[in-house]
Design a protein around this ligand. Structure first.
Ligand SMILES: CC(C)(COP(=O)(O)OP(=O)(O)OC[C@H]1O[C@@H](n2cnc3c(N)ncnc32)[C@H](O)[C@@H]1OP(=O)(O)O)[C@@H](O)C(=O)NCCC(=O)NCCS
Length: 243
C-alpha cells in the first residue's frame, strides 16, 4: 500500500482470523464519511464513536476522572490535572506504538458530539492472546446503556484482533461495573482477595472474562457494532495490534 502524507488511507488490521470471516465483517457508508474527520482508529457503534484520545480532550476527560465519586471503586484516581495530562500523553503515545498493545479510546456520543467516557483494551499480549478491558463514564451520561454499548463493541474488536480471552476486574461493591460486564456476556470466573492496593488499602476484585469461543453467544449482535478498527491517517500507518 502506498502511504503518502495528505492521503486518507483505510485498512483492516492484520488478524489471525480466516479471510472468509474478515470478509463477512460489516461495513457502513456512514463509517467512511466519519473517517474523514479523525486520525487513526475509529470504532463506531449505534450511538458512539470510540476513537483515539487527543490532547484537546483534556478538559472533558479531567471533568469526570477527577471526580472522587467516579473513582470510588477504581484502582486509579481521583486524577490531579497532572495525572490527566500524563494519562492522555500515554494514550497518544500508545496509539503510535507498533504493534499496539493498548487502545485507550475516548467515547464520543455521536449525536451530541460530546466526549462522555473512556474505554480501554490494554495489556494486549500476543503470546497469551489475552487483554484487559476497562471503562469509565461521565456521571452526566450514566444509566443510558452507553457503557454496555461501548464495552460490547470493544469485545468484538478484541476478538477481531485475534484475542482468545478478554478479562476485566471490578470492586465487588461496584454493582454498576459488574452489571455492565454481565450484560456484555462476560462470565464471573473468580473472587480475588486483596488483589490490588488502592489508596493505601488492600481491595478484593471480582474477575470476569470471556473467550473468543463464546463470541457467537454474546448478547450484542455483531451488526450493532457498526464498524470496527478502520485505520486511517494522513501520515504513516500505525501497525495494528497483534500484527
Ligand atoms: C461502571 C459504569 C461505566 C456504568 O455506567 P452506566 O451508565 O451505569 O452503564 P450502562 O447504563 O451502560 O449500564 C449499566 C447497567 O448497570 C445497571 N446499574 C447501574 N447502576 C447500578 C447499581 N448501582 N447497582 C446495580 N446495577 C446498576 C444499570 O441498570 C444497567 O443495567 P441494565 O441495562 O440491565 O438496567 C459507571 O458507573 C462508571 O463510570 N463508574 C465509575 C468507573 C468504574 O467503576 N468503571 C468500572 C471499572 S471496572
Amino acid at each position: 500500500m502506498v502511504v503518502g502524507r495528505g492521503l486518507v488511507l483505510r485498512r483492516r488490521p492484520r488478524m489471525w482470523l480466516p479471510t472468509d470471516r474478515r470478509a463477512a465483517l460489516p461495513r457502513s457508508p456512514e463509517t467512511r464519511t466519519a473517517q474523514g474527520k479523525w486520525d487513526s482508529m475509529d470504532l463506531l457503534t449505534r450511538r458512539l464513536l470510540l476513537r483515539d484520545c487527543r490532547a484537546e480532550d483534556e478538559t472533558a476527560v479531567h471533568a469526570f476522572i477527577s471526580d472522587p465519586g467516579v473513582t470510588r471503586y477504581t484502582a486509579w484516581g481521583p486524577n490531579t490535572p497532572e495525572d490527566t495530562t500524563a494519562f492522555l500523553a500515554m494514550a497518544m503515545s500508545e496509539a503510535r506504538r507498533s504493534p499496539r498493545i493498548r487502545f485507550s479510546l475516548a467515547m464520543v456520543e455521536r449525536e451530541a458530539d460530546v466526549l462522555i467516557g473512556l474505554i480501554e483494551l490494554r495489556n494486549i499480549c500476543e503470546r497469551t492472546r489475552r487483554a484487559d478491558l476497562g471503562y469509565v463514564l461521565s456521571p452526566d451520561w450514566r444509566g443510558r446503556g452507553y457503557a454496555i454499548e461501548a464495552a460490547g463493541a470493544v469485545l468484538r474488536f478484541g476478538f477481531d484482533l485475534g484475542l482468545r480471552k478478554i478479562v476485566a476486574t471490578c470492586d465487588p461493591r461496584n454493582e454498576a461495573a459488574a452489571t455492565v460486564l454481565e450484560r456484555i456476556g462476560m462470565v464471573r470466573e473468580g473472587y480475588l482477595r486483596d488483589h490490588v492496593q488502592v489508596r493505601g488499602q488492600w481491595r478484593d476484585r471480582l474477575l470476569y472474562a470471556v473467550l473468543c469461543t463464546d463470541e457467537s453467544d454474546l448478547p450484542m449482535p455483531r451488526d450493532e457494532c457498526v464498524d470496527w478498527a478502520d485505520v486511517h491517517t494522513d501520515g504513516d500507518l500505525p501497525e495494528p495490534a497483534l500484527a
